[in-house]
Design a protein around this ligand. Structure first.
Ligand code: SF4
Length: 433
């Protein structure tokens, strides 16, 4: 039995006990259901075990040689390739993806650009106060979950942070206040105790709440008697008192706050301004943020891009050089600005709006993944890879931007390559032809 890290989500829990004979995983102890499912993926029915290519409209199993030959053919005849995904692979594979994009003058983007990467883009201008899970466990007295349903998306997050007893505090849960702000009464509301605050905000009114908090920051003397955004006056006062009185508060920024911008507004920018204002005005402590990206290495893509190319987010190459771009995966597909795509470890056909999925399907599509999905169903080439964190190790970044090394536990079936190995092979084949 060995202690391992789970790659089921971005929390990367490092306390999972695995019983394995080196060939199969026999027992998983300590993981949540989502984590258990990740380990079960090694033998799941939807596991892809052989490469496939589309012939006469049908996907058929083929040899690696043929699949790679066809892959090279598609890439070579493409002048404007799109590479997307890379949040469910290790940093080594992310780096290879960027190398491939650079060598073929492609555009590369990760799932982060439609998720927590939006916050980092704004933070480039405003700055951001981040914190780590360890600091929350050890020091936090206030945890605000805003637009997030951590209990289901990152199942052990509240367990670890709210119910833990820190090194620097004699008490634990009893001094930690949990505040949930969400229009939907999600499963995360079910863990709340009497001292906590459940704020069921009216849909799309987060900005109204941020603005009143800024106006009333540290005074709370002119809150309208009918409240704001569906939250009554006394709850607003309690929220303000917690925000301005916490010794160590954290806001978990969820997907609910990352909505498309309304004309002339920017929720994230105003939230960052609010946090900055509170931290300047309040004397006791500070408020920090944690960005709740879901995929286990979503944070890694921006770290690799920043350390390699000096820029987080999407990268566009021309003449094998990085050039300026404001594009994201959404704008590229929407404007039909691509002529083939290489999708790695994600399922955009299911996740993107229908009008974009439809456009993506109209050009040659290569998918690199370990399980079947709506995207693999429409792909021209399907290339299977090993499961990161189980069949291959490597570097990842946890949701709080802390680097975590994953271990290999068992060998992949059919000698399936890792994402890094496969992308390296593609680069080498392209260079040799
Ligand atoms: S919370 Fe995430 S990392 Fe932790 S066990 Fe569950 S799926 Fe795995």
């Amino acid at each position: 039995m060995k202690r391992n890290t789970c790659s089921g989500c971005s929390l990367l829990c490092d306390d999972i006990i695995i019983k394995s004979d080196g060939i199969f995983i026999d027992e998983v102890i300590g993981a949540c259901l989502k984590g258990k499912e990740r380990f079960d993926q090694t033998t799941a029915k939807n596991r892809i075990l052989n490469p496939m290519i589309r012939e006469n409209g049908e996907l058929k199993e083929t040899t690696w040689e043929k699949a790679l030959e066809k892959t090279i053919e598609i890439i070579k005849s493409s002048t404007n390739p799109l590479l997307y995904g890379f949040s469910n692979v290790n940093c080594e594979a992310q780096l290879k993806g960027m190398e491939l994009a650079e060598s073929i003058d492609g555009f590369i983007d990760s799932n982060a650009s439609i998720c927590q990467g939006k916050v980092l883009d704004i933070a480039n201008e405003t700055g951001i106060t981040l914190t780590s899970i360890t600091e929350i466990i050890n020091k936090a007295d206030l945890i605000i979950s805003w637009g997030a349903n951590a209990a289901e998306s990152i199942p052990r997050l509240l367990n670890k942070t709210v119910f833990s007893r820190g090194k620097f505090r004699m008490t634990g849960r009893e001094i930690k206040t949990l505040i949930n702000i969400d229009p939907v009464k999600t499963a995360s509301f079910n863990v709340m105790g009497v001292r906590d605050l459940a704020l069921q905000i009216e849909p799309n009114k987060d900005l109204d709440l941020i603005r009143i908090l800024m106006e009333e920051c540290c005074t709370a003397d002119s809150i309208p008697s009918k409240g704001v955004a569906g939250i009554d006056k006394s709850d607003l006062k309690r929220l303000l008192l917690h925000l301005t009185g916490a010794e160590n508060g954290v806001i978990f920024v969820g997907q609910g706050l990352l909505k498309p911008k309304l004309e002339g507004t920017n929720i994230i920018k105003e939230l960052l301004d609010l946090v900055q204002m509170i931290n300047m005005k309040q004397e006791r402590g500070r408020i920090s943020l944690v960005l709740l990206g879901g995929h286990f290495n979503m944070a890694g893509f921006d770290q690799v891009a920043l350390s390699t190319y000096g820029k987080n987010g999407s990268l566009q190459f021309k003449d094998n050089q990085l050039i300026e771009t404001q594009d994201t995966i959404i704008s590229k597909i929407n404007s039909d600005d691509f002529d083939s795509s290489i999708i790695v470890g994600t399922d955009p056909i299911s996740h993107l709006p229908f009008y974009l999925s439809k456009k993506l399907c109209t050009k040659p599509l290569i998918i690199i993944d370990n399980k079947t999905s709506a995207t693999s169903q429409v792909a021209d080439i399907v290339l299977p890879t090993a499961i990161t964190g189980i069949e291959v190790g490597g570097l990842t970044y946890r949701l709080d931007q802390v680097p975590v090394e994953l271990n290999k536990i068992i060998n992949p079936p059919n000698k399936i390559p890792s994402d890094e190995e496969l992308l390296t092979q593609i680069i080498e084949k392209l260079n040799s032809k």
